[in-house]
Design a protein around this ligand. Structure first.
Ligand code: NAD
Ligand code: UDP
Length: 337
């Protein structure tokens, strides 16, 4: 069984690559390293002791990407490639639509041309209207507050339309909640450029002394301690969710959206305290105003994933924090030596 991982050098892609190789799958990675470092490929090899094909290519570029399909008979694509920074997406919306939507369309055209029927897509909880419900089921109302979210919602629609037009297609639209943590080796991890936007990478950079303190965006939400509540999921659990989705795709047709989350929400302060406990490092913080577009609280209903994929998250918040800390401590400068 051969899998193509677009964006396979990124944070979630690299963790999924490791789990796939460990389970004996053959993989091909296609990434243009716009938000990753090719050094991650050696780290994946080091962890798994296995080799794989990789292409430095823009998957939104038809002729560049076609080479991969000409040279490999692909059974399943996992489509991670895309830009993902919410704040940046609002500042440069056209680049986000161009990259994320063209990547999806180009991929589907090539899948149709080369008879590849199965695809797993990285969607996001950002497609939900989280002002209405806190516990989000797959049929909760959809609505986006930013361009990034719209690229995911529009991509989902493109996949659904493509699956309606070609009944051979089998598409799992996996809506990730908040992936954090790292592989237990500490050799791969979340490695954002510049100042991190997301909570956990920000906390680990405070812990390692690269940033002074954490700014907590709002302490006046209607939540148990006033700070925002999210469903954090260990990236290794998330990676295993993709493996469960492979079997689902091979046995079902059509396009379906499935949440990947734990079903439990933690507040920002609870994450800070869990991190302090796991690392033994105190995290100085200051409350500031709410961040635009943020909502009080949401978490996944994980039932559909359990029912259809036979998958559920197993690792807890302390394991997520401990592994994120291990990665940051071992790699204070990311993949730079
Ligand atoms: P990431 O930025 O670490 O990985 C994405 C990878 O795609 C990078 O290696 C980047 O170089 C590559 N890429 C981007 N555009 C490309 C193109 N046109 N051609 C080839 N490669 C390209 O992000 P991640 O956190 O691993 O996320 C993976 C996917 O999951 C993304 O689609 C993201 O939007 C989605 N997602 C992420 C989160 C999260 O919190 N990390 C949550 C929900 C959904
Ligand atoms: N957050 C924060 N300070 C930061 C980054 C995030 O207080 O520097 C909060 C944010 O308001 C939200 C939670 O942490 O309540 C998770 O934010 P993140 O950006 O990691 O993920 P999101 O859920 O927004 O996609």
């Amino acid at each position: 069984m051969k899998l193509l991982l677009t964006g396979g050098a990124g944070y979630i892609g690299s963790h999924t690559a490791v789990e796939l190789l460990n389970k004996g799958y053959e993989i091909v990675i296609a990434d243009n390293y716009s938000n990753s470092d090719p050094k991650v490929l050696d780290r994946i090899r080091k962890i798994t002791n296995k080799d794989f094909a990789h292409y430095n290519c823009d998957v939104a570029n038809y002729s560049e990407f076609e080479r991969v399909f000409k040279e490999h008979k692909i059974d399943v694509v996992i489509h991670f490639a895309g830009y993902k920074a919410v704040g940046e997406s609002v500042k440069i919306p056209l680049e986000y639509y161009e990259n994320n939507l063209n990547a999806t369309i180009t991929l589907l055209k090539l899948m149709n041309k080369y008879g590849v029927e199965n695809c797993i897509f990285s969607s996001s909880a950002a497609v939900y209207d989280s002002t209405k419900n806190r516990r989000l089921t797959e049929d909760s109302p959809l609505s986006c507050t930013n361009t990034y979210g719209y690229t995911k919602l529009m991509s989902e629609q493109i996949f659904k339309d493509a699956a309606r037009a070609n009944p051979k297609l089998s598409i799992a639209l996996l809506r990730y909640f908040n992936p954090i943590g790292s592989h237990e080796s500490g050799l791969i991890g979340d490695n954002p450029n510049g100042i991190p936007n997301n909570l956990l990478p920000y906390i680990t950079r405070v812990a390692v002394g690269k940033l002074d303190k954490l700014y907590i965006f709002g302490n006046d939400y209607d939540t148990r301690d006033g700070t925002g509540v999210r469903d954090y999921i260990h990236v290794v659990d998330l990676a295993l969710g993709h493996i469960a989705a492979i079997d689902y795709c091979l046995n079902n047709k059509g396009a379906i959206a499935i949440n990947l989350g734990t079903g439990k929400g933690y507040s920002v302060l609870e994450v800070v305290h869990a991190f302090e406990k796991a690392s033994g490092v105190k995290i100085p913080y200051e409350f500031t105003g709410r961040r635009e577009g943020d909502t009080a609280e949401y978490y996944a209903s994980p039932e559909l994933a359990k029912k259809l994929l036979g998958w559920e998250a197993r690792l807890d918040l302390e394991q997520m924090c401990a592994s994120a800390w291990k990665w940051q401590k071992m790699n204070p400068n990311g993949y730079e030596e």
